[in-house]
Design a protein around this ligand. Structure first.
Ligand code: ADP
Ligand code: ZN
Ligand code: ZN
Length: 738
């Protein structure tokens, strides 16, 4: 007998579910349905089936459609989202719908697109590659790929170039190739089989320790510098667990899309028998849906993805791996502000499975949690990989150059210029790291000291000389570079300071024959642009790379022996107490780019503060002592991880509204007499953003539980306030930014 009432979660900012009548179609909990809501139709998820409703039955509307051909969401995933909605103080329905691929939020059955693959016809096979026009690079590469592999999928074509699908279709029209439909995402790629290294002692111990106890929840932190063989340890663990049971699944989280292709290729070449899918925002909507469905059905044994993929249904999940666990991109900065690492931790606990975090510079939270101390047992088991795995590889030599003591040439010290010269002469590659895109961060009037400011944000406009534009990196506002000062009319306007574009230009002038490439958000906006540049670096077609943090992570360049770091001093004195932690991690990562193979690397850091403790620790690559020092500092001032924090953020066109709202929250929270410290409302460093005046209220507590209790009643109170509709507000639990 079908129960007549469906309780449905909808994508609306209300913390409740909605009752509908069954339309007679069989339906299960977790199923996707279409329901009338107000004057529209909305997608919802069935959360429960019931016999009764608190509303009169004649008031209830029937569901419009049950998407019965789709598998329902399982209880495990619904539970984890329920936990998150409560913990992060976010409406459950919105959290749930946001966790799904976009296609599942649309009003249509989610049938997956079939993927095509191509193979050569006899005619195509008879074509001599040498006769192909030299200029048609994509054609050459596609033909070469078809020649060497039997079957090339669309995904493999995308890896060649964004234009490769079109080329393949043309080949079909020409009769050189034919296409066929394949089970997308699951064709085993033709990867060169790589040699399997013998684990060193520490790796071996790590693998054995973790495998000893895989039947229960346990958290591990693998701590080791870049190249210490962490990924190799992941691979061994995966291999073991995937072979042990015929249906086991493994989730691997990475902080950035750009890191997935490399890791994907490495996993596929080492674990070719296990179907792998990736999940990230560079996929098309239909690819994303398809990959997600392969994960949900259990067909994909390995899922590798970014932040959001922590919510992927995986019926046979046996292990979660979080690479670069310290990375702040695991934290969602709007809507539900979850931290994927923390969510994964809870998920592993729910499922009673192990979770492995890896980093060269663990987040201070994780470091703290993995510390052995007398009073409480450690939450994470720390495993230290001390050596670089490849014995021939040497640690880079790191030095700081005091920029106040030398003459800078367009922002470059003579030491760095000479080191660059030397690499060019030896045919080795260099990387210059500067965390600022654009030409220069400031446009200044020499006569009256006017500075170009964004009208909508409390920020300066960045000069983009090539585009002849000023641009706000916070709201995207753009305007032409004025010919004269808007304040005094003088024409003497100067770009001050350096960004990637200016550095690129300086280098081109200094080294006219060098092949220079710039990697930042502006130059890499095209799909596959980064992959193409990285390929060029590998093929020795680039001598000097200039770029932002996009370059810092995970890319292995064997012939790169010099890393220069330009002007990161502002982070040393930032009011954000986490800025130095992030800088240390970033610099360790960039430094790790130098000399990975058998060539020694050199790192030159230009700074006004060469004796800063951060640089001292960096020079000896001693994260441990730096982390311990930072922890002591945090304990003294009672900052996280010694306390638990939440931030109530609010914004409106008019600051008076923000103030009134936050004051109300402040008064209400104080009245509760809880164990939570409530600070006065203040303005954040960026007072205005996108035309909105901002304010925030910080709460902190010694116990997570006390904070959670207060937040719950506070948020309920705030949701009922009339003024709450006049400001945009959000609660950020465990905020990363202050
Ligand atoms: P990480 O993930 O810590 O940066 P990787 O696992 O990527 O380190 O290892 C760095 C390099 O060393 C890779 O090329 C890897 O294949 C190789 N490698 C890892 N472990 C070993 C080992 N035990 N013996 C030889 N080479 C190894
Ligand atoms: Zn002026
Ligand atoms: Zn702006």
């Amino acid at each position: 007998m079908i129960k007549p009432i469906l309780k449905v979660a909808l994508d609306v900012p209300l913390d409740r579910q909605f009752d509908y009548l069954s339309n007679g179609a069989p339906v299960q909990v977790g199923q996707r349905v279409l329901v009338p809501f107000g004057r529209r139709q909305q997608i919802g998820i069935v959360m429960a089936l019931a016999d009764t409703s608190e509303f009169a039955l004649e008031k209830l509307k029937p569901v419009s459609q049950v998407f019965a051909e789709e598998a329902p969401l399982d209880a495990a995933i619904l539970n984890i989202i329920k936990f998150c909605a409560e913990y992060y103080q976010y409406p459950f329905g919105q959290a749930l719908l946001a966790s799904l691929p976009a296609r599942l939020r649309q009003i249509a059955p989610a049938v997956s697109r079939k993927q095509f693959a191509y193979r050569l016809t006899d005619l195509g096979r008879s074509i001599d590659l040498a006769i192909l026009p030299k200029k048609q690079l994509i054609l050459q590469r596609v033909m070469a790929a078809l020649h060497s592999d039997d079957l090339i999928t669309e995904a493999a074509l995308d890896a060649i170039s964004s234009g490769a699908r079109k080329t393949a279709k043309n080949l079909v029209a020409q009769g050189w190739a034919m296409s066929e439909q394949v089970q997308a995402g699951l064709t085993a790629p033709q990867m060169p089989v790589t040699a399997v290294p013998t684990l060193n002692g520490e790796q071996d111990q790590a693998v054995k320790a973790i495998l000893q106890d895989v039947q229960a929840f346990k958290a591990w932190l693998i701590y080791g510098i870049t190249g210490s063989g962490k990924t190799e340890v992941y691979i061994r663990l995966m291999q073991h667990l995937l072979q042990q049971e015929s249906d086991s699944q493994i989730l691997v989280l990475v902080p950035e899309i750009n890191l997935t292709p490399q890791l994907e290729a490495r996993f596929q070449s080492r674990l070719p028998e296990f179907p792998l899918v990736s999940l990230h925002s560079n996929l098309s909507e239909s690819e994303r849906l398809h990959h997600w469905q392969l994960a949900q059905s259990g067909a994909a044994r390995i899922v590798i993805g970014t932040r959001l993929s922590v919510f992927t249904p995986l019926p046979h999940l046996k292990l979660i791996i979080i690479d670069e666990e310290h990375d702040s991109s695991y934290k969602q900065q709007d809507s539900m502000r979850y931290h994927a690492r923390d969510v994964a931790m809870v998920r592993a606990k729910h499922l009673n499975i192990p979770i492995v975090l890896g980093s060269a510079t663990p987040a201070l939270e994780s470091w703290f949690n993995s510390q052995v101390n007398e009073t409480q047992s450690t939450k994470y088991q720390r495993l230290h990989l001390r050596e670089r795995a490849v014995t021939a590889a040497r640690l880079p030599h790191i030095e700081c150059i005091d920029t106040t003591k030398v003459n800078l040439q367009q922002g470059l010290t003579p030491q760095l210029v000479n080191a660059l010269k030397l690499r060019l002469a030896k045919g080795e590659q260099s990387l210059l790291f500067i965390n600022r895109r654009g030409y220069s961060p400031v446009l200044l009037c020499a006569a009256c000291h006017w500075i170009a400011q964004c009208m909508r944000c409390s920020s300066r406009l960045v000069v983009h000389l090539r585009q002849k534009k000023l641009s706000c990196h916070h709201c995207g506002h753009e305007q032409r570079i004025p010919n004269q000062c808007p304040s005094c009319g003088d024409a003497d306007l100067h770009p001050i300071g350096h960004g990637t574009q200016r550095l690129e230009q300086t280098l081109a002038a200094l080294f006219p024959t060098a092949r220079i490439a710039r990697v930042d958000r502006d130059s890499m906006s095209r799909k596959n642009a980064l992959v193409e540049i990285l390929n060029k670096v590998h093929n020795q077609e680039i001598d000097i790379l200039v770029g932002t943090q996009m370059l810092a992570k995970g890319h292995d360049f064997p012939n790169l022996t010099l890393v220069g770091v330009i002007d990161t001093d502002s982070a040393l004195h930032s009011p954000d107490f986490r800025a130095s932690e992030r800088l240390f991690a970033q610099l360790m990562q960039v430094a790790g780019r130098a000399g990975r193979a058998d060539k020694a690397g050199q790192v030159i850091i230009q700074t006004q503060f060469p004796d800063h403790v951060l640089f001292n620790a960096l020079r000896s690559q001693d994260y441990e002592s730096y982390a311990n020092a930072m922890l002591q500092e945090r304990e003294t001032v009672q900052f996280p991880p010694y306390v638990f924090t939440a931030m109530l953020r609010a914004e409106a066109n008019d600051y008076a509204l923000v103030q009134k709202f936050l004051q109300n929250a402040f008064n209400f929270a104080r009245e509760q007499n809880s164990q939570v410290t409530i600070y006065d409302p203040v303005r954040p460093q960026m007072e205005r953003l996108k035309g909105m005046e901002r304010g925030q209220l910080l709460l902190h507590a010694n116990k997570r539980g006390s904070l959670q209790q207060l937040l719950k009643i506070l948020v309920t109170h705030l949701r009922g306030l009339p003024i709450a509709t006049k400001v945009r507000w959000a609660v950020d639990v465990d905020p990363l930014e202050f």
